[in-house]
Design a protein around this ligand. Structure first.
Ligand code: GLV
Ligand code: MN
Ligand code: MN
Length: 419
């Protein structure tokens, strides 16, 4: 990876751990770890990230999509940018590593290059993508979608419970929604993007392997469902006269689960993780229920088939109970393949260090899935304890992290050396 006359570029695991720890301190008091997108904490965490970038000599900007970018100039003119990053927001009551690791690792790449006096030929960008997790506007991967030109005018009007629009949210984070009608980066602009992330599953841990070379990222469809029944007195309304929206929603959710277990759909997953009951009172028959059905699969045809079945199921189950059901797609991303040259560069880097690696698909969504639409993109996974993620128990130890981040640095240097 390193030419004979060059100092090896080695990451400093203590510095990396200290930055990860500092970022994790931007959390809602009493419910670690929570730094949801667009919150004051998210804004403060990003102010700290900007400072870290400036200390490292990076030029910083927030692009129109609200992505925070730190840029290091390269030594050659006219080359596309190499980039690495992830997201600094978390799910509610999430973990310390999902997203944060990828942003801090990209900063560590810059620090390690500086320590070794190694200048890249290509410009290099550290990117903190805006709002990767689903948030109060209902849409995930907002910054990376914006970068790829996928945010629609309809998306920008998505509204949070506080009445603000996504366009206003992007503006609050320093972006410019008026400039989102085209991709922020065109093909060729980014020569290679590599994101490091905890696996969020237990494949690597079970196999005692160090590095996952991601082959592709699942497609995700999220459908907002509203079931309209009738609110009535829970004591005075006989069972036969009810239009209970929650009972209907519960039966639908059970059906989604049974269907997703069928072999002919495998591999796919379906989840209802968000549900609101109105008026949500113990002595009122629930008059309205809203939930989000999320479907994920590695094959577009599987997603489509299950989606059609779910639409039909929602409609017929609601009609059988004289309820009204409305559905609206609030997020859709196609399954995408990672760039094969980048996969090769990652596996070469891992094997040169003697790390055990495997190629594997990602069941989680990532910003890399959207970047892949406009640039060659790849991902490095590292093992995480018990495969836990999106919960406070999320954990990877410092050796696992070090192996992943060293592989990231080595991969980027290999990409930089390509002719
Ligand atoms: C991102 O965390 C996802 O939902 O997969
Ligand atoms: Mn996540
Ligand atoms: Mn993530």
């Amino acid at each position: 990876m390193t030419a004979a006359n060059q100092t090896p570029v080695r990451i400093d695991n203590k510095r990396l751990a200290a930055r990860l720890e500092r970022l994790s301190q931007f959390t809602e008091p009493g419910k670690p770890w929570e730094r949801t997108a667009f919150s004051d904490l998210h804004v403060s965490a990003r102010e700290w990230l900007v400072e870290e970038m400036r200390v490292l000599g990076l030029e910083t900007e927030i692009d129109a999509g609200g992505n925070l970018i730190g840029r290091l100039q390269g030594t050659s003119n006219g080359l596309g940018t190499l980039a690495s990053g992830s997201h600094s927001d978390t799910v509610p009551s999430g973990g310390r590593f999902d997203g944060a690791l990828g942003v801090i690792a990209a900063l560590e790449v810059v620090s390690a290059l500086r320590d070794a006096g190694h200048r890249l030929r290509h410009p290099f960008e550290v990117i903190d993508f805006l709002a990767e997790e689903p948030n109060q506007y209902g849409l995930s991967c907002i910054g990376s979608r914006a970068m790829a030109g996928e945010l629609t005018p309809e998306n920008l009007e998505f509204t949070a419970p506080d009445g603000t629009s996504l366009a206003e949210g992007i503006r609050r984070m320093g972006g410019n929604p008026d400039k989102l009608n085209a991709p922020l980066r065109t093909k060729g602009d980014i020569a290679g993007f590599v994101e490091i992330h905890i696996e969020q599953g237990r494949v690597l841990e079970d196999a005692a392997e160090d590095i996952g070379v991601v082959t592709g990222i699942v497609g995700i469809t999220r459908i907002a469902v509203d079931i309209e029944g009738r609110a009535d007195h829970s004591g005075a309304t006989p069972m036969g006269l009810r239009k209970d929206a929650l009972v209907a929603a519960s039966l639908m959710i059970a059906a989604f689960d049974v269907q997703a277990h069928q072999d002919y759909y495998a591999p796919m997953v379906a989840t209802v993780g968000k549900l609101d009951v109105h008026p949500n009172a113990s002595n009122v028959v629930p008059g309205r229920v809203s939930f989000v059905l999320e479907i994920r699969a590695g094959q577009a045809a599987t997603l489509e088939r299950y989606h059609k079945w779910a639409d039909w199921t929602i409609r017929t189950m609601a009609e059988e109970r004289s309820l009204v059901a409305r559905t609206r797609i609030i997020g859709q991303s196609e399954p995408v393949a990672m760039d094969t040259d980048i996969q090769l560069a990652i596996s070469d880097a891992a094997s040169a260090s003697g790390y055990k690696y495997r190629s594997m698909p990602s069941g989680a969504g990532h910003d890399a899935a959207h970047v892949a639409l406009i640039a060659p993109a790849g991902m490095i996974f590292i093992p995480c304890l018990d495969g836990r993620s999106h919960c406070p128990e999320e954990f990877s130890d410092s050796e696992q992290i070090a192996r992943g981040v060293q592989s990231l640095v080595d991969t980027l240097i290999a990409l930089d050396n390509r002719q």
